[in-house]
Design a protein around this ligand. Structure first.
Ligand code: BES
Ligand code: MN
Ligand code: ZN
Length: 492
């Protein structure tokens, strides 16, 4: 999709002009041609509800072939978030394909009070992410989505608009990559191909360094927990490391660490069929980490950032780790395996130790599709946050809220930590209920004293199993929380 700019929304010769309006027609008068469109409201054909659209053909005072009123919903948020979401809803709806729209314009008259940077970013992200569709695996052309080729931002004027669009194009591009990686089945994205993706991605971003640690190096580092998970797989473990040095030399980086389980069968504690189906998404944290680093580099953010992804499958063969096995982690701490399906924390704990030793980060944020309990507690739209630092937690909450992603903080109380104790090793890899919190407490045992750290459980939000929502499409990977990670790296 190519972006273009025009001063006057009424005179753009497009196949369709999108006219954003709040509930009850609020805002319609901001458009020069608005009064003539008002009858749709009076007749009750259109109420302006979020995500709704009404097509009006050949309108007086408008050069575009069609007008689509697009509903912004109630004016309950500031900024241009409503606009981005309304545009996303339009692009994932049937109209672009139904009318084979090629050139779409969006009237921005209503958003003149919002900065151009913010408006441009929301328009680009809304259009590109609403337009996203994973269709590379269909062999027939008619299953592929029709995409509009041009989007004109009209009536916005602000010089900052272009900068915002350029920013949003980058973030949307990397969110789309993260979605692709999660949507791709595990016979196509495995630890080796995930590592190859990261390398190829880094080649396209000048200054972004990608190092792949192969199994012999992982063995040398004594990552016994990570290797325990990998033992049952024919594909060797890969540790993917990305480094972006856009900040001052010597400034400690912010570190992102993402779970990269390209498939999780559960191991000998095997998952039931319904639970195993879909476990191609168990690298959602890793995908977010890789793609956030890609976006941070492409945007040339003035920060130092690293991304670390332990990539493996969790499978079963004669070499696989057993329930009851005891593994020695890179930290030296020993772990009794109470359940081979609690594998993500084992891959992560060694990645956390490595990241702290190697990079001495100013903060670590790990993200993982870690527990089914997160889905029970917070569902598919709200990420679970745990942290040992209130300020970091607040910054994460602000970053999420700035980009319209949702997060909720859970506690890490000492009294649940005891549940991880084992009678024969330093700890067990399971700690009972509350499962999301005991998983967080397990990871915390690998965090050095004084190290600022936060953990994001994205088990639900990695994959949208519902209808379209905000910038997400239905029943498809979301790319969460890539945009929040970019925002966090930039602002904090
Ligand atoms: N990858 C799963 C968690 C998961 C479940 C992600 C559902 C997305 C949707 C994780 O490895 C896992 O199996 N966790 C277990 C831990 C338990 C054995 C302590 C779980 O949550 O059941
Ligand atoms: Mn598991
Ligand atoms: Zn898993």
């Amino acid at each position: 999709m190519q972006f273009a700019y025009a001063n006057n929304s009424a005179t753009v010769k497009a196949d369709a002009l999108l006219v954003p309006v709040y509930e009850g027609g609020k805002g319609l008068n901001e458009y020069g041609f608005g009064a003539k469109l008002g009858k749709a409201f009076k007749k009750g054909d259109f109420e302006g509800k979020a995500g709704s659209t009404l097509m009006l053909h050949k309108n007086d005072g408008v050069a575009a072939e069609r007008v689509f009123l697009i509903g912004l919903g109630k004016k309950d948020k500031t900024g241009a978030q409503h606009l981005g979401e309304a545009i996303a809803a339009f692009f994932r709806g049937g109209s672009v394909n139904g009318y084979k729209l090629k050139h779409i314009a969006v009237a921005l008259d209503l958003f003149k009070s919002v900065t151009g940077g913010e408006t441009g970013r929301w328009v680009a992200e809304g259009a590109l992410l609403g337009d996203y569709h994973f269709d590379v695996l269909f062999s027939k052309k008619d299953k592929k989505k029709h995409h509009a080729s041009k989007l004109t931002l009209a009536g916005g004027k602000d010089a900052e608009l272009k900068k915002g669009v350029a920013y949003g194009e980058v973030t949307a591009h990397y969110v789309a990559h993260a979605r692709d990686l999660v949507n791709e089945p595990s016979n196509r994205i495995n630890p080796a191909t995930l590592a190859k993706f990261a390398q190829d991605m880094a080649k396209k971003v000048p200054g972004l360094k990608c190092t792949i640690l192969h199994k012999p190096q992982i063995e040398k580092l004594k990552m016994g927990a990570f290797l325990g998970v990998n033992a049952g797989s024919d594909i060797p473990a890969h540790l993917i490391v990305l480094e972006w040095n856009g900040g001052k030399k010597g400034d400690k980086p912010i570190a992102y660490v993402g779970k990269g389980l390209t498939f999780d069968s559960g191991g000998y504690d095997i998952k039931p069929a319904a639970g195993m189906l879909g476990m191609k998404m168990d690298m959602g944290g890793g995908a977010a980490t890789i793609c956030a680093l890609g976006a941070i580099g492409k945007l040339k953010l003035k920060v130092n950032a690293v991304g670390v992804v332990p990539a493996t499958e969790n499978l079963i063969n004669g070499k696989a780790y057993h329930p009851g096995s005891v593994l020695t982690s890179m930290s030296g701490q020993t772990i009794e395996i109470g359940n081979t399906d609690a594998e993500g924390r084992l891959a992560l704990c060694d990645a956390l130790t490595y990241t702290q030793q190697k990079f001495k980060p100013r903060a670590i944020v790990d993200m993982a599709t870690l527990t089914g309990a997160q889905v029970v507690a917070l569902g598919g739209k709200v990420v679970g946050l745990m942290s040992n630092d209130d300020k970091l937690a607040k910054n994460i909450e602000t970053a999420f809220s700035n980009v319209g992603e949702e997060v909720w903080r859970l506690p890490l109380p000492d009294f649940y930590d005891k549940q991880l104790d084992s009678s024969i090793a330093d700890m067990s890899n399971i700690g009972g209920n509350p499962g999301t919190v005991t998983a967080g407490l397990f990871l915390q045992r690998f965090i050095d004293k004084g190290q600022k750290w936060a953990h994001l459980d994205i088990a639900g939000p990695a994959m949208n199993d519902g209808e379209g929502w905000r910038l997400w499409s239905g029943k498809s990977a979301t790319g969460a929380p890539v945009r929040s990670l970019v925002e966090l790296a930039e602002k904090f």
